[in-house]
Design a protein around this ligand. Structure first.
Ligand code: BTN
Length: 239
């Protein structure tokens, strides 16, 4: 499992895998020095900078495709924690947060063919961008690992470690990873804003179900939130 494809420039490493999916092996990593059309969740763009580490991993046979986004969050959280020696929290479903700032975003896309679902797991780690980058990009809730800790872990080591963990987690049910995920999740027990299709509502995040959905409560009672097209933000801060 030592396959890493390093591109000079590409629109999106997720797109590269999608366009070449038939030729690429399971758990291949695709990264690029420059990503000029990076995609974020919910149709947002993901801005490039040389301090950002973009990479995508192909999972051809995930046991439970719908919970891979949560597995990816757990894999990145554990990796960053191991490499930096500092807690990297998960904002449900899979933003990675350190000291209240977003240090990584994850976009998982599925490709369905021949009755099988493959997952492209795209990861953008804020490794070494400057304070000025986030300021001029209008991203007050984000920071790089280097800004927060004073140093940035090595790119290849990060990618290899995430892949190793994702390979393990994507064979498991979310129930098997539940305790570990939950112990790292900053969202539970907080008042949150749920943003869907531009509409916003406030609720209390009570728990996570064994299937990975967020269990919330508002004045009308309990309801579940799926990760798909939803953004969850804290009322007081980003988390
Ligand atoms: C988000 O938080 O909105 C998700 C951001 C995901 C960005 C990564 S960078 C590598 C991969 N390629 C993309 O086009 N997007 C993901």
């Amino acid at each position: 499992m030592n396959n890493i494809i390093e591109l000079e420039e590409i629109d999106s490493t997720n797109n590269y895998i999608r366009n070449n999916i038939k030729e690429l092996p399971d758990y291949v990593i695709v990264t690029a020095k420059k990503q000029n059309g990076g995609k974020g969740r919910r149709g947002h763009i993901w801005i490039d900078d040389k301090g950002m580490l973009p990479f995508s991993i192909l999972i051809t046979e995930p046991a439970y495709p719908e919970t891979v986004p949560l597995c990816a969050g757990l894999a990145v959280s554990k990796t960053i924690e191991e490499k930096c020696g500092e807690k990297a929290w998960i904002k449900w479903p899979n933003d990675i947060v350190m000291r209240g700032k977003k240090i990584c975003g994850i976009l998982c896309e599925s490709v369905c063919a021949d009755e099988k679902t493959e997952i492209i797991c795209g990861i953008g780690i804020n490794l070494a961008q400057s304070f000025e980058f986030f300021k001029s990009a209008g991203l007050p809730y984000a920071a790089s690992i280097e800004i927060l800790t004073g140093k940035a872990p090595k790119r290849t080591e990060l990618m290899e470690s995430v892949r190793e963990k994702l390979a393990e987690f994507s064979k498991k049910s979310f129930g098997e990873l539940y305790d570990e995920y939950k112990s790292r999740c900053v969202t539970i027990g907080k008042s949150i804003r749920i943003i869907r299709n531009g509409e916003e509502k406030t609720a209390f995040a009570k728990d996570i179900a064994y299937g990975g959905v967020l269990i919330c409560e508002d004045e009308n009672g309990e309801f579940e939130v799926n990760s798909g097209e939803v953004s969850v933000r804290g009322l007081m801060d980003y988390t």
